[in-house]
Design a protein around this ligand. Structure first.
Ligand code: ZN
Length: 319
C-alpha cells in the first residue's frame, strides 16, 4: 500500500491576526494565499501563508484566537515547526530576524543540517533549516515578497512531536502512514519517507516526565499529510483504519479534501488531497486579497465582515 507523499500543510493557533500577518508576510516573506474564516467559528479568520501558488507542502495556516490562553508544549501536542530555506542563506536569515527584533536561539547542526530555532510573536516554536527538498517538490517564488526569490522559504521542512510513550505512535506512523524510521539524534527519532529530505519527515521523542501539552495561542493544531488524489486518500484512510485508528469521513475543504485522525498519543493528523488547490475560487494573480467564504456562508457576508477584526497589508515589510 502506498504511503503519504509528504507534508501538505500545518495549521496553528495565533494571537492577533494583523500581528500574525505582519510576521509571516512582512518578516518571513511568505504570501497570504487565502483569507477565509474558520468554518466552525465564522467570527475568526483562517489565514493561509505559502509560496506564490500555495503549492502543497509550502502552506502554514492560522486561526487567530487572541483571547485564548497560551498553549502548552508537551506530549500529545505538536511542537516546533521547521521551515526549509535554500542552502547558503542562513546568514541572511539570521540578520533578517535580528533586524526585525526576533530573538533567535542557538544555531547548530541537526541531523547534519544547519538549523536556527526561534519563536513567532505569539510564542510558536519555529526553526529555519537549510535542507535539500525532495525531488518533484513544487515551489513557486513570490515576486512581491520582501525577501528575494533565491532566499525565500521553500517548504515546511518538518515538525517535532513529543510523546509520553511513543511505542504506539511509532507503530501508527509506520503502519497507518507508511513512514520509516530514518535516524536518531539527541533523543529525537526521525520518521519519514524516501531519504527523509525536507518536507517529508517528522521527529518524535519520549518525554515521560513532562505534563501533557495543551492547545492555545502559539500551538500547532494539526499536521496534514499529502495524498495525491481522492483514490490515494481513500487507500490511506483504509490503511489508518487497518492500523486501529478512527479517522473522520472525507470533509470537503474546497481547496482540498481532508480526513482527520488522532494518533495514539493524542496529536491531530490530517490527510489532504493535493488538488484542486487555492486557485479554484480566486484569480492566481490576486490570491488572498479578498475574504473568501464557503458558499453556505455567502448570504451572511455583511455580518461576518463586520465581526472580523480589520486586517490590512503587512506593516513590517519595509524594514
Ligand atoms: Zn488542515
Amino acid at each position: 500500500m502506498r504511503s503519504v507523499t509528504g507534508i501538505h500543510h500545518i495549521t496553528a493557533i495565533s494571537g492577533d491576526a494583523q500581528e500574525n500577518l505582519d510576521f509571516y508576510v512582512g518578516v518571513l516573506g511568505m504570501r497570504l494565499v487565502k483569507k477565509s474564516i474558520n468554518q466552525d467559528a465564522p467570527d475568526t479568520y483562517h489565514l493561509f501563508f505559502a509560496d506564490a501558488e500555495g503549492n502543497p507542502g509550502t502552506d502554514i495556516t492560522f486561526f487567530p484566537w487572541p483571547n485564548m490562553p497560551a498553549g502548552r508544549t508537551g506530549p500529545g501536542v505538536w511542537g516546533e515547526v521547521q521551515l526549509g530555506i535554500p542552502e547558503g542563506t542562513m546568514e541572511f536569515w539570521q540578520q533578517r530576524l535580528t533586524q526585525h527584533g526576533v530573538a533567535a536561539g542557538e544555531s547548530g547542526l541537526r541531523f547534519g543540517e544547519p538549523t536556527l530555532p526561534f519563536s513567532d510573536p505569539h510564542g510558536m516554536q519555529l526553526a529555519l533549516v537549510e535542507a535539500p527538498l525532495y525531488e518533484g517538490f513544487g515551489f513557486t517564488p513570490w515576486d512581491n515578497s520582501p525577501v528575494d526569490a533565491d532566499k525565500q522559504i521553500r517548504a515546511l521542512a518538518g515538525a517535532r512531536l513529543p510523546e509520553r510513550d511513543s511505542t504506539a505512535t511509532r507503530r501508527f506512523l509506520e503502519s497507518a502512514l507508511g513512514l520509516e524510521q530514518l535516524g536518531e539524534e539527541a533523543g529525537w527519532t526521525r520518521y519519514g519517507i524516501g531519504g527523509g529530505e525536507a518536507g517529508r519527515r517528522i521527529d518524535i521523542r519520549d518525554e515521560p516526565g513532562t505534563p501533557g501539552g495543551g492547545w492555545g495561542v502559539g500551538s500547532v493544531h494539526h499536521v496534514a499529510w499529502r495524498a495525491m488524489d481522492e483514490s490515494h486518500q481513500s487507500e490511506l484512510r483504509e490503511r489508518i483504519v487497518g492500523a486501529g485508528a478512527s479517522p473522520t469521513q472525507v470533509i470537503d475543504r474546497f481547496w482540498f479534501k481532508s480526513i482527520y485522525v488522532r494518533e495514539p498519543g493524542g496529536a491531530l493528523f490530517e490527510v489532504a488531497t493535493d488538488g484542486p488547490g487555492f486557485a479554484v475560487d480566486e484569480d492566481p494573480e490576486h490570491l488572498g486579497e479578498t475574504l473568501v467564504l464557503p458558499p453556505f456562508f455567502e448570504a451572511q457576508r455583511a455580518q461576518i465582515e463586520a465581526l472580523l477584526p480589520p486586517l490590512g497589508p503587512p506593516r513590517k515589510a519595509a524594514l
